[in-house]
Design a binder for this molecule. Structure first.
Ligand code: HEC
Length: 254
């Protein structure tokens, strides 16, 4: 009995590490395999970098990543020099005006936040038929189903079923609540070219960009997993010690 309780305790601790919850919407979300799931989960650096490329070349036309600065990209395996070069490909508005009191554009620096596509939410709505493309830096954490949900949206565009009333300017998506989404299908086969030769199919690009967006929302996940693992080890050892001590004490008590 006691051993069974002990085993159940260890098991539930292990499951606690497994992470993201299931989706409650009408359509059950297909579960994907993610390298970052489970207590030993880590981010795949190559996938993170491909995902950043997909974000940069596709999603960033509409969605900002408000919480990311260029220098954060060193965490996904880019060197300081590479980050400098990436930042310099962007034009950013300097925080301070020039000597004539005018705001001016200059190439980005590692310390700059990654600039979004629109100066404000109103401009973003105006360019998207009234819909606001949400900030992507916290999106994966903000939605039930997390990475599986975002992956499902990206791969869930279909022909609307016969009889479905699709409103003007909307697209049918199997996994978006209500099935009508303003975002046009963002990914199509071949949309980007990966330098490492990875096939640029929709599922592959979706997998990589979701990995990148999960990192954006949870940059400390690996650290958290390591700490969680240490805590688990400690608890297992502690339970063993307590159990042995208890037996010893009770043995002499008779
Ligand atoms: C042409 C502009 C545009 C592009 C490009 C685009 N999106 Fe969107 N996206 C939108 C808009 C607008 C919405 C809001 C949808 C709505 O309200 O119907 C949205 C919504 C979403 C949602 C649903 C969020 C929710 O509220 O649950 C996800 C997920 C998403 N986008 C991911 C992406 C990813 C990943 C990419 C890049 C591969 C991308 N988008 C590219 C415009 C865009």
């Amino acid at each position: 009995m006691r051993t069974r309780l002990f085993v159940a305790g260890v098991l539930s601790l292990a499951m606690w590490g497994a992470g993201f919850s299931a989706h409650a919407a009408d359509q059950p979300l297909p579960r994907q395999e993610w390298s970052f799931e489970g207590i030993f989960g880590t981010y795949d650096r190559a996938s993170l970098q491909r995902g950043f490329q997909v974000y940069k070349e596709v999603c960033s036309a509409c969605h900002p990543v408000k919480h990311l600065s260029f220098r954060d990209l060193t965490q996904i395996g880019y060197s300081e020099a590479q980050v400098k070069a990436i930042a310099a490909t962007y034009q950013v508005t300097n925080a301070e005006p020039n000597d004539q009191g005018q705001m001016f554009q200059r190439p980005g620096r590692p310390s700059d936040p990654i600039p979004g596509p629109f100066p404000n939410d109103q401009a973003a709505r105006a360019a998207n038929n009234g819909a606001l493309p949400p900030d992507q830096s916290l999106l994966v954490k903000a939605r039930e189903g997390g990475p599986d949900y975002v992956y499902a949206i990206l791969t869930g565009y279909k022909e609307a079923p016969a009889g479905f009333k699709l409103l003007q300017g909307m697209n049918y998506n199997e996994y978006f609540p209500g099935h009508q989404i303003r975002m046009p299908q963002p990914l199509s086969d071949g949309a980007v070219t990966f330098a490492d030769g990875t096939p640029n199919t929709v599922p592959q690009m979706a997998h990589d960009v979701v990995t990148f967006l999960t990192w954006a929302a949870e940059p400390n996940l690996e650290q958290r997993h390591r700490t969680g693992f240490k805590v688990m080890l400690f608890l297992i050892v502690a339970v063993g010690v307590f159990y042995a001590t208890k037996r010893k004490i009770w043995a002499t008590a008779h």
